[in-house]
Design a protein around this ligand. Structure first.
Ligand SMILES: [Zn+2]
Ligand SMILES: [Zn+2]
Length: 255
């Protein structure tokens, strides 16, 4: 069989996606992409998968389809800490997200907030972002860090190589490499190339994710795949739960 890229991150109507599970699978097939469903699994996200019984229902539904069974867990929400191992193992792979970060004063701040906290500089925000990333990597047994460069809208206007200092990038690399968590190249929140290259050079595994919610977005991983190839990642090294296993999941971790 010829190799096909895997979209490790796509949403269905189980959370805030527009398509049914069957439609996500059909769309991916039409694009030559192996599909996954990776809906929000969180008590603090737009999703039906917001409790332990709801997670069992979600997984039971996905088990009716030939599709990878993912889940996107909010680091800031406690639901992921409550999963029994037997439930965790039903996921083929799991993603962790910094939809909110912890600021230096201990408060939580949502990454979708249109304005930064009063008086907080971009540098202070990024210090909190990377320190949250380090804690996520150390304590959250997920396979992929979803959209690692998600920041509030005002910071998206800035040059990412200024926003992310090389020292911050090194800290993120060390955190993911130590944990064995993959770095997602997101179609939606596109990481800057210097950071992706640094991850690859350090041996951090790369995952592709459309983070698709609509028919146009789901399984559209053309740009992330092109980036990975341009930076020298072999197709077979791109994260595939069936080939590389999962830290906690259905497929046993290899090597
Ligand atoms: Zn997300
Ligand atoms: Zn997502």
């Amino acid at each position: 069989m010829t190799w096909q890229p895997t979209d490790c991150h796509a949403h269905s109507r189980h959370s805030d996606g527009a398509l049914t599970v069957a439609d996500v699978i059909a769309r991916a097939a039409s694009l030559g992409v192996r599909p996954s469903i990776s809906d929000h699994v969180s008590g603090d996200a737009p999703t039906t998968v917001d409790s332990l019984p709801a997670i069992d229902e979600y997984l039971t539904d996905l088990e009716h389809f030939d599709v990878l069974r993912g889940g996107e867990f909010c680091w800031h929400d406690p639901l992921w800490r409550q999963l029994p191992d037997a439930t965790t193992r039903r996921f083929t792979h799991r993603l962790g997200s910094l939809h909110a970060i912890r600021l230096a004063d201990g408060s939580w701040f949502r990454a979708f907030n249109p304005v930064l906290p009063r008086g907080l500089t971009a540098a202070e925000y990024m210090e909190a972002h990377v320190s949250s990333l380090e804690t996520l990597a150390a304590e959250m047994p997920v396979d992929i860090l979803a959209h690692p460069t998600l920041v509030p809208p005002p910071l998206r206007e800035m040059d990412p190589e200024t926003l992310w200092t090389e020292a911050l990038e090194e800290r993120a690399v060390t955190a993911l490499r130590t944990a064995g968590t993959a770095f997602e190249i997101s179609s939606r929140y596109v990481p800057h190339e210097r950071l992706v290259r640094r991850m690859i050079d350090a041996g951090v595994r790369i995952a592709l994710g459309s983070d698709g919610h609509s028919r146009e977005q789901v399984a559209n991983i053309v740009t992330p795949l092109a980036t990975a190839r341009r930076l020298g990642v072999a197709d077979a090294d791109l994260y595939d739960p069936a080939a590389h296993g999962s830290r906690t999941g259905f497929y046993r971790q290899k090597d």
